[in-house]
Design a protein around this ligand. Structure first.
Ligand SMILES: Cc1cc2nc3c(=O)[nH]c(=O)nc-3n(C[C@H](O)[C@H](O)[C@H](O)COP(=O)(O)OP(=O)(O)OC[C@H]3O[C@@H](n4cnc5c(N)ncnc54)[C@H](O)[C@@H]3O)c2cc1C
Length: 407
């Protein structure tokens, strides 16, 4: 059988893990990255990984991703395991929201997430004594959730792809494409022209632009600015407690996780217009209202106070030590697109991760491999002994099954 060739556009976690997966399946892979590996959101992320979703296909998909990251050193054949399984704890204060959370737990258990726990009253405080007793009535906790060391994922993923024969070309932005009918035949970069049988768009927050460059459908993927702030440990919380905190989401949506035993990462979604023409520099631009150094009226100070209402010991921390930022590529229902482009028959779009692209990485690559092998849209992928319905990730879906657990 002739060797089939694939060009992957974008060298983040999605591109790296997809390059490895297609190389394993026998494809001759070339990755074209506009800047350098990890130049996008993959190096600016909170990197949480959870299976606590409301969409059953995502619960199963993230279960696959957790298992894959646990096997990382075998899958990558080297390296350090990048997953830290401190768990995810969603806290609740309103009875109606707690009732909804219990309904979602039932969905998660039905989707195979046996270890998710619904903790109420004394049991919650016994397990997590740093949670404020007056403010929280319950919490859902999954001990196998956690967070990742993202630089290991894209660097080791790309190294393994190279070892399997993939070529990785940096400083190679795709600027234009050649078409024959409904197929792309080649893409043009400053480093040359690259022909292939199959093309994969792994540019996430850039994917509207990539769509225009390739003459593909412009997908509803909005680049939305997101910030992360880092607080230095202080007061009564010990380094041991901080280092083992789960990724914790307060009822108001502000979340935190240990960056290490001395530093706490915090974040929260905020309303912001899509920045469709953002530059690479814009990824790291910190608007004054989001800069801790702007004074205590700035957003991060309010978020710190908000978090301390639910985790009082965090209120005793020393203060902000850093801020970072980047872009989500957000879709209307917060689920990604993992599908063939409707206009271009040999283009797979793997974009729109909406704050979930790191955890989706292994699952995305697995779906990509099955899409590539099928040569057309697929309804299911084999996953852990079952056929998983992937229609929630199709292009052109109706967006009526909106993911409810969005951070
Ligand atoms: C603040 C923040 C917090 C987050 N928290 C989480 C979290 O807790 N858990 C989680 O799973 N996800 C989280 N995310 C989202 C996650 O980081 C992204 O979904 C993920 O990194 C996307 O990876 P990617 O490889 O698809 O895209 P990227 O890493 O953005 O890579 C895309 C690449 O495409 C390249 N590119 C663009 N255009 C072209 C072109 N024309 N030619 C060639 N190359 C091109 C870019 O240079 C870039 O390197 C967060 C994101 C942010 C910003």
């Amino acid at each position: 059988m002739a060797v089939r060739s694939a060009v992957i556009i974008g060298g983040g976690i999605t591109g790296a893990l997809t390059a490895r997966e297609l190389s394993l399946a026998g494809w001759k892979v070339t990755v074209l990255e506009a800047k350098h590996v990890g130049a996008g959101s993959s190096s600016r992320t909170a990197a949480g990984i959870r299976q606590q979703f409301s969409t059953p296909a995502t619960v199963r998909g993230m279960r696959y991703s957790v298992g894959w990251y646990r096997r990382f050193t075998e899958e990558i054949e080297d390296g350090t395991c990048p997953i830290i399984q401190n768990g995810y704890l969603f806290l609740h204060e309103a009875p109606a929201r707690w009732a909804s959370a219990l309904a979602v737990v039932a969905v998660q258990r039905a989707a195979g997430l046996a270890e998710v726990e619904a903790l109420e009253g004394e049991e919650l405080w016994r397990r997590f004594p740093w949670v404020d007793r007056e403010r929280c009535i319950g919490g859902t906790f999954c001990p196998t959730d956690g967070f990742l060391l993202p630089h290991l994922v894209y660097n080791e993923g790309m190294r393994r792809a190279r070892a399997l024969g993939a070529e990785v070309v940096q400083s190679a932005p795709v600027l234009s494409a050649e078409r024959t009918g409904d197929r792309v035949t080649a893409v043009h970069t400053p480093k040359g022209v690259f022909e292939a049988d199959l093309f994969l768009d792994c540019t996430n927050a850039w994917s509207r632009r990539t769509g225009r460059i390739l003459g593909a459908v412009e997908l509803p993927v909005d680049p939305l600015k997101r910030y992360l702030w880092f607080l230095a440990r202080g007061g009564s919380m010990t380094a041991e407690t901080l280092g083992t905190l789960p990724l914790t989401i307060a009822p108001t949506g502000v979340y935190c996780r240990p960056e290490n035993a001395e530093s706490l990462l915090i974040g929260k979604l905020h309303a912001t217009p899509p920045e469709v023409a953002f530059t690479y520099e814009d990824q790291d631009r910190v608007e004054p209202e989001f800069a801790p150094t702007s004074g205590t009226d700035a957003v991060p100070w309010a978020l710190w106070a908000e978090l301390a209402e639910f985790l009082p010991a965090v209120g005793e921390f020393d203060g902000f030590s850093a801020v970072t930022s980047g872009f989500y590529g957000t879709t209307p229902d917060h689920n990604p697109f993992l599908d063939y482009d409707p206009e271009i028959r040999n283009l797979i779009r793997l974009v729109g991760f909406s704050g979930h692209g790191v955890m989706f990485g292994p699952f995305t690559a697995w779906v990509a491999r099955h899409l590539a092998e099928a040569g057309k849209r697929i309804a299911t992928v084999p996953l852990d002994g079952h056929d998983l319905d992937v229609s929630n990730f199709h292009i052109g879906r109706t967006y009526d099954s909106h993911e409810q657990l969005v951070i």
